[in-house]
Design a binder for this molecule. Structure first.
Ligand code: FMN
Length: 466
């Protein structure tokens, strides 16, 4: 069987989240993001294309690094206005049967006890179709508006997130035994309290003594996505993630180096290389002919807002690019924001130096992801080479215009991938983890680190009984 390609549709609950300025394109409908019909139509479209999931990015602050001001972000709708990322999922789930929902939530700014409850609830409501994109967050504005004096230091955010994962694993995997819910009307017991365990977590950052509030959901732990690209972020991904999202590679050699690195780090944590699916982001631009696709690409670029992209890029990297002239090189920089985004323009390819203008032009259409421009056949060829030679498992499709990029892809490229036998024509199952890893794998596999907390928990429980 040929290598199968998985697909996610990448978006966010805002106007033109990943391509600043494209809201001005006559075909763009991002302005409808506050309208449930927009999300339901999008979910139908992606399910028609047999996508694994809709992937919802999120931040919880404004992009105010550029010019030390929130005004450029407001003017250009750079991820603001920005609505909640979970609330539209129930409506999409009610209107689909198979599509998964990968939602971004910050491990730095949500308490694990609360996050565990929200995702368990959604896993019930969607019948096992939820994923969590674990982020540690990069904006200072997220920290100061949520009660912190300043952003926690980069590696410390990951260290804290390690303990965070222990807490949510304990809640999801161990608090409720599988048969705790009895609903026995005769004896009048709904759930057996002996089978619902306080997790007794007391660590450096979190204290959660009690039980999880939600009974086991179909997947228990949602499918775990992660997108950190720094060395610390990659270790975190290699330990916890079942799928890694990346946009920072733009050649097959760079992709191959990334996937080799993630897969070899996975071994350090007792996992197999194939336990992690790798999804590079791509912006597909489809035409009936190559010339038409190229013309479309040129047309889309005209709508990219230079100022809006500077606001986005400055927020991603933590570098205020208003202090640079457009032809200056982006180099010799370090950051406490997202190292992955900054390194894309400084170190990923030592042969290539980026000027600010080049970085902005590239980042402005799909947050610096690879642009795959051509006929459906050419795009399918490119996907096959990236998947096979770059050793990746699928693609996060990033929009230039919404939902036009998804629609063109589903109408023209998906049939080509299907006719080559490299993308499903029917879903394999109804839970997200099974659609990603194969029928029968509803829950985390036994070699996942979450599964190693079990013996520790029984020791804690024994201690608390004594
Ligand atoms: C492709 C991609 C998408 C990301 N999406 C989000 C997002 O929606 N919200 C967020 O807070 N961080 C997002 N991030 C940031 C990371 O997940 C991570 O928390 C941050 O980059 C810091 O880690 P790093 O320095 O290891 O890259 C994204 C990163 C990448 C590369």
């Amino acid at each position: 069987m040929k290598k199968q390609i998985h697909l996610n549709g990448f978006t966010q609950n805002s106007v033109a989240p990943h391509s600043p300025g494209l809201w001005r394109h006559p075909a763009d409908q991002g302005y409808r993001h506050g309208d449930l019909s927009y999300w339901i139509e999008m979910a139908h479209l992606l399910e028609r294309g047999k996508f694994d999931a809709i992937f919802l990015a999120d931040v919880s602050g404004v992009y105010d690094v550029y010019q030390n001001s929130y005004k450029p972000a407001i003017r250009n709708a750079v991820q603001v206005p920005l609505h909640n990322t979970l609330l539209q999922i129930s409506a999409m789930a009610a209107n689909t049967q198979y599509l998964g929902f990968a939602a971004t939530y910050s491990a730095t700014y949500t308490q694990p006890y609360k996050l565990a409850r929200e995702f368990s609830t959604l896993d019930h409501l969607t019948k096992g179709r939820v994923a969590w994109n674990i982020v540690t967050s990069y904006l200072e504005s997220e920290a100061v508006n949520q009660g912190l004096k300043t952003r926690i230091e980069h590696d410390k955010r990951y260290e804290r997130a390690e303990e965070y994962m222990d807490v949510v694993y304990k809640l999801w995997e161990y608090s409720w035994e599988e048969d705790a819910v009895m609903a026995d009307e005769e004896i009048g017991v709904y759930a057996d309290p002996e089978k619902v365990h306080p997790i007794q977590h007391k660590g450096e950052y979190f204290s959660v003594p009690g039980i999880h509030l939600v009974e086991p959901s179909p997947q228990r732990t949602p499918v775990l996505f992660q997108a950190g690209s720094s060395s610390r972020g990659r270790d975190f991904a290699a330990k916890h993630a079942e799928a890694v999202f990346t946009t920072t590679q733009n050649t097959i050699a760079e992709l191959k180096a990334f996937s080799t690195d993630i897969r070899s780090r996975a071994k350090k944590f007792g996992r197999r290389p194939e336990d992690i699916l790798i999804f590079p982001g791509v912006v597909p631009i489809v035409g009936a002919t190559e010339a038409e696709a190229k013309a479309k690409y040129e047309e889309l670029k005209q709508y990219v807002s230079y100022e809006g992209t500077l606001a986005l890029l400055s927020g991603h990297t933590g570098v205020d690019f208003s202090h640079y002239n457009p032809d200056e090189y982006v180099e010799n920089l370090e950051t406490n924001a997202s190292r992955g985004f900054l390194h894309q323009y400084t170190t990923v390819n030592p042969e290539k130096k980026w000027t600010v203008r080049e970085a902005v032009t590239h980042h402005g259409l799909g947050i610096g992801a690879w642009k795959v421009v051509g006929t459906p056949e050419q795009i399918a060829d490119q996907f096959e080479s990236m998947a096979v030679e770059g050793d990746v498992d699928g693609f996060n499709i990033i929009q230039a215009i919404s939902p036009g990029t998804f629609r063109d892809f589903v109408d023209y490229v998906v049939p080509e991938l299907q006719s080559r036998g490299i993308h499903r024509t029917e879903y394999e199952a109804t839970t997200l983890r099974e659609n990603m890893f194969g029928k029968g794998r509803v829950r985390l596999p036994s070699n996942h680190p979450a599964k190693r907390l079990g013996s520790h928990l029984s020791r804690e429980a024994a201690k608390s009984v004594r």
